[in-house]
Design a protein around this ligand. Structure first.
Ligand code: MG
Length: 387
């Protein structure tokens, strides 16, 4: 059993939306296909991967460093003992040959893309849906039958007023979501408070059904001022108030803000996530951690992250991965996490879940297909097959 080809293509994931920091109209992603010499149903068994939204395609790093390393490895180096399947941990070590520790940059995204394809492949070789394979290997044996998902939206858009925001969020409720998230930090606080109050009115005043996301926009003073202003709403969480690497800011905010804070989508390694828990004032049982396995060296590193933060007293139900993709959903179900993000209607075809699997009461189920389940999302799989 060996890898015979690895292909990569950068494709658009452009969406006409903006948060407090970036607009997404020029965003792209890398899609990879890892082809093996195994044949199933008359076709070569192939694993697929892509990077999550929010970071760009990694064509250069993939083509110059990581794909050549994978192809140069001895086939046996990539297999588990006995040779029955590929070994994600061994492959991770091959990918990271000649890479110094620290300074993670965006190589964590490039490795994460290949890693997604490797896990898709490993689950396909085993003939198991990834969420079941993960529950058996790294969870409590049985995956969660459904995963709690929330609709992330509420982006800024030129000319979009409160009525348009409420109409958007109402649309998500109509799709079966019970919790929604909206952007803040892109306009003055008084204006954001009006937006939040309009959203809360739609939700019957129930703050536990609304999260807000500042995308790292605030300095400490602005983060505290916003925290004080939104405290009475008792929101589901207050996300990325300050720069994702400013652990002291998060710790100071956590001393004053009594409800849940959320962060982690821009942390790309086990070390970064563990530092956040150790030095960022994370309150176990209250705060939410959002590391995205597709951006942070893949699932192999995510398992290390999980072990490291559980050792620091954080329960895995506090993890709600960023990204809104099927890989995150399978991981959340298999490992028994607290939920998964979802972006109804944007970041297509990479965002969203299997065809015909509707959200009901804020929960979504997974298809029982070998691998991550990409073959059950026809628009995404068409893009993958073309690679
Ligand atoms: Mg966010």
């Amino acid at each position: 059993m060996r890898i015979v080809a690895v292909r990569e293509r950068a494709v658009p994931i452009a969406s006409p939306i903006a948060n407090a920091y970036i607009d997404f109209s020029r965003m792209n992603v890398s899609v990879v296909a890892i082809e093996t010499d195994l044949v199933r149903d008359g076709e070569r068994l192939t694993g697929y991967g892509f990077n999550s939204n929010g970071r760009y395609a990694q064509s250069g790093l993939l083509r110059e460093r990581f794909i050549p390393r994978l192809l140069a490895a001895e086939p046996a180096e990539l297999l588990e003992p006995g040779g029955a399947n590929f070994d994600p941990e061994a492959i991770w070590a091959v990918l990271m040959r000649n890479e110094k520790p620290g300074g993670h940059g965006e190589r964590s995204v490039a490795v994460g893309i290949l890693e997604m394809a490797i896990w898709d492949l490993v689950a396909k070789v085993a003939g198991r849906p990834l969420h079941r394979l993960l529950a058996e290997r790294h969870g409590d044996g049985e995956p969660d039958p459904t995963v709690s998902v929330y609709a992330a939206g509420g982006y800024y858009h030129p000319g979009k007023d409160e009525a348009a925001l409420v109409a958007e969020l109402e649309g998500y409720l109509g799709l079966g979501y019970t919790c929604v998230k909206m952007k803040i930090g892109g306009v003055p606080l008084t204006e954001d408070l009006r937006r939040i109050e309009a959203a809360l009115e739609l939700l019957g005043g129930d703050g536990s059904r609304l999260a807000v996301d500042a995308n790292g926009r605030f300095d400490l003073a602005a983060a505290l001022a916003c925290g004080e202003a939104i405290e009475p709403y008792a929101l589901r969480w207050y996300e990325e108030a300050g720069d994702p690497l400013d652990y002291q800011l998060n710790a100071r905010l956590a001393e004053r803000y009594p409800h849940s804070l959320a962060t982690g989508e821009n942390l790309f390694s086990m070390q970064d996530a563990r530092n956040l828990v150790r030095f960022g004032g994370i309150r176990p049982g209250l705060d939410i951690l959002q590391m995205d396995p597709a951006l942070s060296y893949g699932l192999t590193e995510y398992l290390r992250t999980l072990a490291a933060i559980e050792a620091e007293g954080v329960d895995r139900r506090s993890l709600v991965p960023h990204g809104g993709h099927q890989f995150g959903l399978a991981i959340a179900a298999g490992l028994g996490l607290g939920g998964n993000e979802s972006y109804p209607g944007v970041f297509q075809p990479f965002g969203g879940f299997a065809d015909g699997f509707e959200v009901r009461d804020g929960e979504v189920a997974l298809p029982e297909l070998p691998g991550v389940g990409f073959e059950a999302k026809s628009d995404l799989f068409a893009v993958m097959e073309a690679v």
